[in-house]
Design a protein around this ligand. Structure first.
Ligand SMILES: NC(=O)c1ccc[n+]([C@@H]2O[C@H](COP(=O)([O-])OP(=O)(O)OC[C@H]3O[C@@H](n4cnc5c(N)ncnc54)[C@H](O)[C@@H]3O)[C@@H](O)[C@H]2O)c1
Length: 404
């Protein structure tokens, strides 16, 4: 604990107010019921379950933003939102807020997440780089029935928001740089299916890359690199994210595509931990990585909280995420990139498929379960098994995870 004179002091301080932060509270409280805990978040909202912002909040009429809050009042935590941390001094065990307040800590968690990559057009009243609860509220105001909204990016945000808006009486134009949506994540047959599902729900797909754009009080105009111009009432942009590492870098904490942590989620600085989108951690099967999905934030946040409260367990959770697109849903385990070899194992009536992602050496690094439920542990097992006993031909994987 710091012995300097600070304005405030807590046993545990969490910087950032996302899913990892809320989960860390759970991890701390599992082992330490009485230690003082404070969260400082730059956003003005308490942690919310972000997947709801692009999915259920648009699809379930009776669901409200408040239902997505993650911390309940029982956790005895000091919560300060709209309170950005300006600097961290690890050796002194203290940090400073943007308003000059100094805060001492015993253990510190950097759960600063990632921020949307900005490109081509500046965020503004009608241009939403979609990530936070505030972005959800903003888009709700813009998404009046009959409005025309341009969505830029064919990744997770682009596909999910285009689907959500198209189910809320919004005319959607989706700008996708590739031939298909989710082209780098799904094998061609599924990426084509996802693209056609969006089109079948009225989404107009325009192939191109955002180059520049401008917004007025009334509308937004986007210019694509091939000269195409799109005018809409508003734009939502999802062109990737960047880890929020500036605080750690300025504090001299090791950063290499994320804040570098060991298997117990400790950084190189004593008593400082990192978790969630911002953390680069060693995965025993897949190698060092950074994962930008809610499940990783949740599981890593909780593990970091436990570590901070004295546990010495290694973090061994295989990465996982899920998404929905109209009547279809998928779960992904491990590494799911079409840069790997893919092998599709369809069920007989072609309603469900398991896609394996493997190396040339026959090791499965990931599996995608498309309309295939309750099989996540089996997929984790195949990844672990083939790490030591590779398959000599991908077809040997047929039936390893029974679809349907
Ligand atoms: N289901 C989920 O787990 C889920 C859902 C939503 C968001 N997220 C996370 O949120 C973060 C942000 O999502 P995202 O969709 O922005 O990132 P992403 O990386 O999933 O997709 C970015 C997309 O933008 C495209 N793109 C890049 N530059 C472009 C340009 N100039 N013009 C048009 N398209 C361009 C890319 O080709 C890619 O298709 C990611 O970390 C993602 O993993 C996850």
């Amino acid at each position: 604990m710091n012995d300097q004179s600070t304005d405030l002091s807590y046993d545990y301080v969490i910087v950032g107010a996302g899913i990892a932060a809320a989960a860390a509270v759970k991890g701390i409280r599992a082992l330490d019921e009485t230690g003082t805990v404070a969260i400082f978040g730059a956003e003005s909202d308490a942690p919310v379950y972000r997947p709801d912002l692009s999915k259920t909040l648009w699809l379930e009429a009776d669901k409200e933003l408040g239902d997505s809050r993650l911390l309940d009042d029982e956790t005895s935590v000091t919560e300060r939102y709209g309170a950005a941390v300006a600097s961290v001094a690890p050796t002194e065990h203290q940090l400073s807020l943007a308003d000059g307040t100094t805060v001492g800590f015993g253990k510190l968690l950097l759960a600063t997440g990632s921020r949307p990559r900005v490109g081509g057009i500046q965020p503004g009243d009608r241009v939403v780089y979609y990530r936070t609860a505030a972005d959800y509220r903003r888009l709700r105001e813009l998404a009046k029935p009959g409005a025309h909204i341009a969505v830029v990016g064919g990744g997770y945000i682009g596909s999910e928001i285009a689907a959500a808006l198209s189910q809320n009486d919004i005319r959607v134009t989706l700008v996708v740089p590739d031939e298909l949506v989710l082209q780098h994540m799904l094998p061609e047959s599924l990426a084509r299916h996802a693209t056609e599902a969006l089109q079948a729900h009225g989404v107009t797909i325009v192939h191109g890359s955002l180059d520049s754009g401008s917004a007025s009080d009334a509308d937004v105009t986007l210019q694509l690199t091939d000269g195409t111009e799109i005018t809409a009432d508003a734009a939502v942009v999802g062109i990737g994210a960047t880890p929020e590492t500036a605080l750690a870098e300025a504090a001299g904490i090791g950063v290499d595509n994320g804040i570098v942590v060991d298997e117990t989620l400790r950084t190189g600085a004593a008593d400082v931990y990192a978790a969630g989108d911002v953390a680069s951690y060693p995965d025993a099967l897949l190698g060092r990585r950074r994962v930008e999905h809610a499940d990783a934030a949740e599981s890593m946040g909780e593990a970091a909280g436990r570590s901070m409260a004295g546990a010495v367990d290694a973090y061994t959770h295989t990465p996982f995420f899920w998404s929905d697109l109209y009547d279809d849903g998928y779960e992904a385990i491990g590494e799911t990139s079409t840069a790997l070899v893919t092998f599709e194992d369809w069920n007989d009536d072609r309603t469900a498929v398991v896609v394996y992602y493997l190396t040339d050496a026959g090791k499965v690094r990931g599996a995608l379960l498309w309309n295939t439920w309750d099989s996540v542990p089996k997929a984790q097992a195949v990844i672990a098994e083939t790490a030591s006993t590779p398959v000599s031909d991908p077809s040997e994987l047929k039936g390893r995870i029974p679809p349907g």
